[in-house]
Design a binder for this molecule. Structure first.
Ligand code: DON
Length: 566
């Protein structure tokens, strides 16, 4: 394993301005060059647990399962067993698969459940507390992935390291301590029972977090598989927790939950093939739509972060997010015009009114006409010695989900119900609006933006990528792929590079921490864009397989993210 200190000189801004050099020094654990296999995730403990599974002969899917459980222990802000996610798989023989273990609306959920008598959305009802939770899908997802793809065939070995980490504890980082302290008031407000997180009134870096109740739950899953979670005492505890407040998840909801293998979204971009997640995520369709548009322009000669390139990408994003709000939803319940949206011709039509000099107003953009047919999510990327790859994004939705810990069972419940459209046109926590396609129905899955992706070239895996970030997920994955394919960056550079984002509404280009710089923002403003700086965008984990077979495993420098390989 080769640790490398990277000193990268990056990027010039546009043709009109002087080169601006940014120095990014990668710290320990951020980039690894591996000959055989490796993994990047949001937490060092989870990465180590996943890589250990690779070293004892597990394949990428075994490592992914172990990492999912480990993140539930050591990255509780988003890692979970009380949430859901998506797994994109590409086996070395070319087989591709996508697993949907997204949460579902409980059986007694209904369209207007977050509205008051006047039809107004009740503030934060779909975000904080018991009623915000969808039926968790993670444990069923891990069981299905194990049954179909495990090489190790030792379920217990995949969970035991997480049980040990929960029981013996691990030292929390400064970022985690700050997150815990910021959330304490909500935890105390929404939970009637003391739990591992409220044992202390104030946390500091280095404190030992022990989670004995979570360890017991993981033991039930270790010993009884999905029955250990969806039936028996853990399910009873979850339903009892619902009854302590206004929750509606029932025993029947739990025992009937099923994750689903779905047909992957596949596309092409400048000689590469893209594999990503179909509905109920919007991620795969939107990513391929964006790449279909960008393929028609010579981005490399425009230059990285040139005003022309940013303008083009923003205008593409504006149009595709408008499509998302109308055309996408859970395809089990809504007729998503998947094939029409993915056509290369449709991408050309969508840009008919593109003006290369001037921003189009979002109010002048509607969804296209097609014929019908915080860092609070987390992503990890893994490749094994045989070249099998898995790209997984998993979440509780916002940080610590609903903030409700299941009493006696020690895990957080998601608040994924907020990803539904509570009312047509009413923005969710990420400012995304939706319509009928994403309305609430019992048993339906809420629309996601999660975009775990795998890119191949010449029949071989080249990039494994994904990120958290709510609505910005799609555009962060897009930019990472563009940075590598169009701007010839390494995985480390592509992952560290400044990001921007537009999502149709609000009509705003969001830049990360003023990283585009004053001059570029001024040019974009003159073109008619509104530019607003916001906090960090995304925590991308990228694996880039080089032509010589070596793997550059890059963890995002923005967080505690960690990469390992060998
Ligand atoms: O599925 C989705 O699109 C959201 N629930 C993801 C949430 C997320 O990425 C929060 N993290 N920053």
């Amino acid at each position: 394993m080769l640790r490398i200190l990277f000193l990268i000189s990056l990027f010039w801004i546009g043709c009109k301005s002087e080169p601006v050099v940014k120095e990014i020094i990668s710290e320990e654990g951020k980039t690894v060059m591996a000959q055989n296999a490796g993994l990047a995730s949001a937490h060092p403990v989870a990465t180590k647990i996943g890589v250990d599974v690779l070293k004892i002969g597990g394949n990428a899917i075994d490592a992914a399962i172990a990492t999912q459980f480990a993140l539930a222990v050591c990255y509780p802000v988003a890692g979970n067993i009380g949430g859901g996610g998506f797994m994109v798989i590409r086996m070395n023989d070319g087989e591709v698969a996508t697993l949907d273990y997204r949460e579902k609306a409980p059986g007694s959920a209904h369209r207007d459940m977050y509205l008051d008598a006047e039809g107004n959305v009740i503030d934060r009802l779909s975000i904080d507390g018991h009623l915000a939770a969808g039926v968790p899908g993670t444990v069923d997802g891990m069981v299905k992935a194990f049954e179909k793809y495990s090489k190790l065939k030792d379920w217990k070995a995949l969970i035991q390291p997480s049980i040990d980490a929960a029981r013996n504890g691990f030292n929390i980082s400064e970022k985690q301590a700050n997150g815990f302290n910021r959330t304490m008031e909500k935890w105390l407000d929404l939970n009637t029972r003391t739990n591992a997180f409220t044992m202390k009134s104030e946390w500091k870096a280095g404190d030992l977090l022990k989670q004995p109740e979570l360890a017991n739950t993981l033991e039930a899953i270790r010993d009884q598989g999905e029955d250990g979670f969806y039936r028996g005492w853990v399910a009873d505890s979850l339903v009892a927790e619902m009854n302590r407040s206004n929750g509606i998840i029932s025993k029947e909801d739990l025992s009937s939950y099923e994750s689903v293998w779905r047909e992957p979204i596949e596309g092409t971009y400048r000689g590469h093939s893209i594999i990503s997640m179909p509905p109920p995520s919007s991620g795969g369709i939107a990513l391929v739509q964006l790449l279909n548009i960008l393929e028609n322009y010579d981005l490399p000669s425009m230059g990285f972060h040139s005003p022309e390139a940013i303008h083009l990408v923003v205008e593409a994003e504006r149009r595709i997010y408008a499509d998302r709000s109308t055309h996408l939803g859970d395809s089990d319940y809504y007729n998503v015009p998947r094939e029409a949206l993915l056509q290369k011709e449709y991408a050309k039509k969508r840009m008919k009114n593109f003006n290369s000099q001037k921003a189009t107003l979002s109010s002048d953009i509607k969804e296209g006409n097609v014929s019908k047919e915080s860092e609070q999510t987390t992503h990890y990327s893994v490749i094994d010695e045989q070249g099998n790859a898995a790209s997984i994004t998993t979440t509780l939705n916002t940080g610590y989900g609903s903030k409700v810990v299941v009493g006696g069972a020690g895990f957080f419940l998601n608040n994924e119900m907020d990803d539904f459209s509570s009312k047509p046109g009413f923005p969710n926590v990420y400012g995304l609006i939706g319509n009928e396609g994403n309305s609430i129905k019992a048993g339906k899955r809420m629309l996601s933006s999660m975009t775990p992706a795998i890119v191949t070239e010449g029949g071989k895996v080249k990039i494994i990528v994904g990120t958290p970030g709510g609505s910005t997920i799609i555009t962060s994955v897009l930019q990472t792929i563009m940075n590598i394919v169009d701007f010839d960056m390494t995985a480390t550079e592509a992952t560290a590079a400044c990001r921007f984002h537009h999502q149709w509404t609000p009509d705003m280009v969001f830049e990360e921490s003023e990283c585009l710089g004053e001059e570029l923002s001024k040019i974009l403003t003159e073109m008619g864009h509104k530019v607003q700086s916001r906090g960090k965008i995304g925590r991308v984990e990228t694996i880039l397989v080089n032509a010589d077979g070596s793997k550059e495993i890059a963890a995002d420098p923005r967080g505690d993210d960690w990469s390992e390989g060998y």
